[in-house]
Design a binder for this molecule. Structure first.
Ligand code: PLP
Length: 353
């Protein structure tokens, strides 16, 4: 008998409609410049026919990663991009109709997965001044809640939690026996992390990715960090050989060479400073304390700027509606200074009344 799951039939998904062509993509929070060519060449020199022919072996890389994170391999599960890890956590630690609490706006896949698996996603909105009231999160942490999703920092809002704020949320989650998922996709752009909680507590997970600062979005690699018993459950969800051999090689190269990582951070900081200084100099309001992206309130019409950036300047950025006091505003990914110059020059030309 043919069957189609109603939750899939009715699921509304928006897939990326843009093609890269010769566009400068500042809409996906990638690193537009990527890794230095020399790093790419060195890794490619190690690619042999055997490496391509064989299923990837993950033990060695997991050991290297555990060393890098000062933990051991039982605390880690490699995934094909952190979006996969998030999906497994939702599948394993919540039930049909189960209550999931998360802030909005946020990374859209939390709501997509909730809908896909027929979970109930409870939204905690931001204040009009784009701050987050921690009490509003705590209020929603009820005994019926199965999963609380926090982002540190949040995408697209770029906000983060102080140690005290996090501790209050964590205590409420403990009291109500709620599993906590902390998405740290933008770690390193903002160094403060709550991974220590995931390494000592059975019901806390941190997801991280190699797509952002590590500039490996095309390779697809991420990981879930957590308590060994919980990690075993996430591992059970994984498809066989879910990560690829090339991703493991690139990631190992980066995490075992501090100069590569430091160089990525320096270039990012230079681009960020240039963007913020220039926006300030031209009287633009912006928001995003952390992460590799910024909200910008434009002087004219944000949707029109997005359209004209694409058509006239070959630059892709996003607009977000109803962002508190900012109304509809731009979200732009931050990259090296040369790309920020390209963006700012275009913005100053297009955003005139
Ligand atoms: C907050 C957040 N989490 C997770 C992801 C997924 O990253 P990936 O699947 O590339 O690891 C993204 C991607 O943009 C993101 O913004």
């Amino acid at each position: 008998m043919y069957y189609l799951a109603p939750s899939i039939e009715n699921l509304h998904r928006i897939f990326d409609q843009n093609e890269r062509k010769d566009y400068l993509r500042l809409d996906l929070n990638e690193n537009p410049g990527g890794l230095p060519q020399a790093v790419i060449n060195e890794v490619l020199n190690d690619v042999t026919p055997q490496l391509v022919a064989q299923y990837p072996e993950t033990l060695h890389f997991t050991e290297v990663l555990a060393d890098f994170l000062h933990t051991d391999i039982n605390h880690l599960c490699l995934v094909n991009g952190s979006a996969e890890g998030i999906r497994y956590i939702i599948q394993a630690f919540t039930s049909p109709k189960g209550r999931i609490v998360g802030v909005v706006p946020s990374y859209f896949m939390f709501q997509v997965y909730s809908e896909m698996y027929d979970r109930t996603f409870v939204k905690v909105p931001y204040n009009d001044d784009l701050s987050m009231n921690i009490d509003n999160i705590i209020k929603e942490i009820t005994p019926e809640t199965q999963l609380l999703i926090l982002l540190n920092p949040n995408n697209p809002m770029g906000n983060c939690y102080s140690e005290e704020e996090f501790q209050r949320i964590y205590d409420a989650a403990k009291q109500n026996q709620v599993t906590l998922l902390i998405d740290e996709a933008y770690h390193y752009f903002y160094p403060k992390t709550f991974i220590k909680y995931a390494l000592v507590d059975e019901h806390v997970f941190v997801t991280r990715t190699f797509s952002k600062l590590f500039s490996m979005a095309g390779c697809r690699l991420g990981y879930v960090a957590g308590w060994p018993d919980g990690i075993k459950m996430v591992q059970k969800m994984c498809t066989p050989h879910n990560t690829n051999a090339f991703a493991l090689r690139f990631a190992e190269k980066i995490i075992t060479n501090p100069s590569i990582l430091n160089d990525l951070i320096d270039k990012f900081n230079e681009g960020r400073k240039y963007l913020i200084d220039t926006l300030d100099a031209h009287g633009y309001q912006h928001k995003g304390e952390a992460g590799n992206f910024l909200f910008i309130k434009v002087k004219t019409d944000a949707d029109n700027i997005v359209r004209r950036m694409k058509e006239e300047k070959r630059i892709l950025i996003k607009s977000y509606p109803n962002v508190g006091d900012f109304g509809t505003c731009l979200r732009v990914s931050i990259g090296e200074k040369q790309y920020m110059e390209q963006f700012i020059n275009a913005l100053l030309e297009l955003d005139v009344k």
